[in-house]
Ligand binder design. Structure first.
Ligand SMILES: [Zn+2]
Length: 261
């Protein structure tokens, strides 16, 4: 092709990208926006907060005990949710026991208080349960998919087979800019028949709440520890709330620096 034509064509493409806002998005403040593959499509990583301010104060570490992080960054700090952006969550009411809303609200309040991360309910969802949940979904716009609280059973969800009462976790995703990683698009899947059995026992509500707290602690980045006095023991056993190590780990998860917008 004629070199003059080539230059003109290149200028036209840059001009088009500029006027449509694509170029300014890609070269926004903080450098080029990171992209990820979602459902076979290259997708812009959702932006963080615009003012870089935490939503809630960081929680100081005042206890010591056993804790472990699911993921750790190159700086040795835990990989967690951006403290400058609310952790949005939705609940899927299909198959839920009557106590579901209270259980979830109680667990969210406990983990919010222990981490200094701000949770925000987006209400209910009819999102289908799939094994490989997309971290960005058109039903939730261009943001990360909210944390999903859902109820199922061992027949519909093989990961709840045996004596597994619930599972919880999040995706490790890139920051909007740069090379840091964060958590997003978490999920808590609860075994409704197992939880209903627990709820039917004396003191069952407290036991069920501990299960939901344990799974939500996985969502924000805590891993299991081999200490039966902590909530993050693989089996919650006789634990009725957060232990000293759980509190230390959750406070540290909530203290990580925010992502740039
Ligand atoms: Zn667990």
């Amino acid at each position: 092709m004629n070199p003059v034509l080539l230059v003109l064509l290149a200028l036209a493409v840059v001009g088009l990208l500029w006027t449509t806002g694509v170029l300014t998005t890609l070269l926004g403040v903080g450098g080029p926006r990171n992209v990820i593959w979602v459902d076979g499509r290259l997708t812009l990583v959702p932006a963080g907060s615009t003012d870089g301010q935490r939503l809630l104060p960081a929680v100081p570490v005042t206890t010591a005990g056993a804790y472990a992080f699911e993921h750790t960054g190159a700086d040795g700090r835990p990989v967690g949710y951006d403290p400058c952006v609310p952790i949005r969550y939705v609940t899927r009411p299909v198959g839920a026991p009557p106590e579901a809303d209270r259980l979830i609200a109680d667990a969210v309040a406990s983990i919010q208080a222990a981490t200094g991360l701000s949770f925000e309910s987006l209400g209910t969802t009819d999102e289908p349960l799939v094994e490989d949940r997309a971290p960005i979904q058109p039903r939730y716009g261009s943001a990360w998919a909210p944390v999903l609280f859902a109820w199922s059973d061992a027949d519909a969800s093989p990961e709840l087979a045996g004596d597994v009462v619930g599972v919880g976790g999040s995706e490790v995703v890139p920051a909007p800019h740069g090379d840091r990683s964060f958590l997003a698009a978490g999920r808590v899947l609860l075994d409704a028949p197992d939880l209903e059995t627990i709820l039917g026992r004396p003191g069952g509500y407290a036991r069920a709440r501990v299960v939901v707290m344990h799974e939500l602690a996985h969502v924000v980045g805590l891993d299991h520890v081999d200490d039966p006095t902590e909530l993050m023991a693989p089996r919650t056993g006789a634990v009725t709330g957060l232990g000293p190590g759980d509190r230390e780990g959750l406070a540290l998860i909530g203290q990580i620096p925010c992502a740039d917008s």
